[in-house]
Design a binder for this molecule. Structure first.
Ligand SMILES: Nc1ncnc2c1ncn2[C@@H]1O[C@H](COP(=O)(O)OP(=O)(O)OP(=O)(O)O)[C@@H](O)[C@H]1O
Ligand SMILES: [Mg+2]
Length: 349
């Protein structure tokens, strides 16, 4: 069993985040918290705004984005030397000062996080020295230790090698070493394993989570893999068309989703019991184009429970039980086995 998130206090708060491009809005009023030490999974179909949210929340909004709302990285208790800073908002700090120090990104493409022209150990040592006043020799030792900690064999020799001498899996390990070497408070990983085969994917994810837990860092994990969410995350944020569909503790959301959209996503998971010849349900249709959003709930055209109200009135997130929120006018009407709704709808099409 995975351990409970150690401290329930909020590390990062995102409030009414809005990100738009010339082509249309990508994030449309999103609020959520990341708590210290937790693994928060962010899921949703392609184009939901997961990557834009993840990057904007770290103060790395894509070029051409217009950004509104607030993102605050909270301080540690008084006297511990870390103050609250805004990553998005009117008093926005220079976020580059935080990167690799209090917050770090593990990108999908490991090569983009490593310079091709310097040995990996030098890059790790430089990252250490940019934050801590240690000698070159000490920084090199820390770099080798960091490579050992991510399971790179013969770390002292590999520290002198360039990234092209590393295999895909080893590069991803090196990037995890880079992201965690300065013990950040928050690591954001955007589909960090999609380039790897299935077996290696599980190893790297386990490693990423172990390194974050060892560093006391919270991890925001953007992923399409619901099995990974079920097995590794503490809480989940389900996004649809730039908004929150639902959020809450993984065990509760997976056992009994509130939002029809979540139910549809989960319905496509391989069942724990055989479906006796029935085909797997999936959500019919596709997400809306962001320049042609309907006035109400963006999921309404695909939702088996949608009513006229859903088509005209945007549902705001509301708190349900305990730690859970949902943005759906009809969440109380969701049946106990919502997968059936999608099975029927899929076979009717
Ligand atoms: N740099 C950009 N310029 C213009 N539009 C962008 C840019 N980046 C993202 N978008 C648009 O913003 C929307 C959200 O994109 P985003 O990459 O966040 O989706 P995602 O949920 O990460 O999808 P995926 O699962 O495919 O990675 C999409 O419509 C996308 O086309
Ligand atoms: Mg993405």
């Amino acid at each position: 069993m995975k351990p409970e998130a150690s401290l329930p206090d909020v590390l990062l708060s995102v409030r009414d985040l809005r990100v738009a491009f010339d082509s249309g809005p990508a994030v449309r009023g999103l609020s959520f918290d990341v708590r210290r030490g937790e693994v928060l999974a962010v899921v949703g179909e392609s184009g939901a705004g997961k990557s834009v949210t993840a990057r904007t929340a770290l103060g790395m909004a894509p070029r051409g984005a217009s950004v509104a709302g607030g993102v605050t990285l909270h301080g540690r208790p008084p006297g511990t030397g870390t103050a609250a800073v805004e990553l998005v908002g009117k008093d926005r700090a220079a976020p580059a000062a935080l990167w690799g120090r209090r917050v770090a990104l593990v990108p999908q493409d490991a090569l983009s996080a490593l310079s091709p022209v310097h040995p990996v150990g030098d890059q790790l040592a430089a990252a250490v020295r940019s934050v801590r006043g240690v000698s070159r020799g000490r920084a090199r030792k820390l770099a080798v230790t960091a490579l050992e900690q991510v399971g790179i064999a013969d770390a002292a020799r590999m520290a002198r090698a360039h990234p092209h001498a590393f295999s895909g899996g080893m590069r991803q390990r090196a990037v995890i070493a880079m992201a965690t070497i300065n013990e950040p408070e928050l690591v954001v990983a955007d589909e960090p394993t999609t380039a790897l085969d299935r077996e290696r994917r599980a190893q790297i994810l386990d490693l990423l989570i172990a390194r974050c837990r060892a560093a006391g860092a919270a991890l925001v994990l953007v992923t399409h893999d619901l099995e990974v969410v079920r097995g590794h995350a503490d809480r989940v944020l389900v996004m649809y068309a730039g908004r929150q569909a639902e959020s809450g503790p993984v065990a509760q959301v997976f056992a009994r989703p509130h939002a029809p959209y979540t139910a549809g996503l989960l319905a496509s998971l391989p069942p724990t019991e055989p479906l006796a010849g029935r085909r797997l349900p999936a959500i019919p249709g596709t997400p809306p184009a962001l320049d042609a959003l309907p006035p109400g709930c963006a999921f309404a055209p695909r939702c088996p429970l949608a009513t006229e109200r859903c088509r005209t009135e945007l549902p705001e997130p509301e708190q349900t039980y305990g730690d859970r929120t949902v943005s759906c006018h009809r969440w109380r009407e969701l049946p106990a086995s919502p997968a059936e709704l999608f099975l029927e709808k899929a076979s009717a099409m």
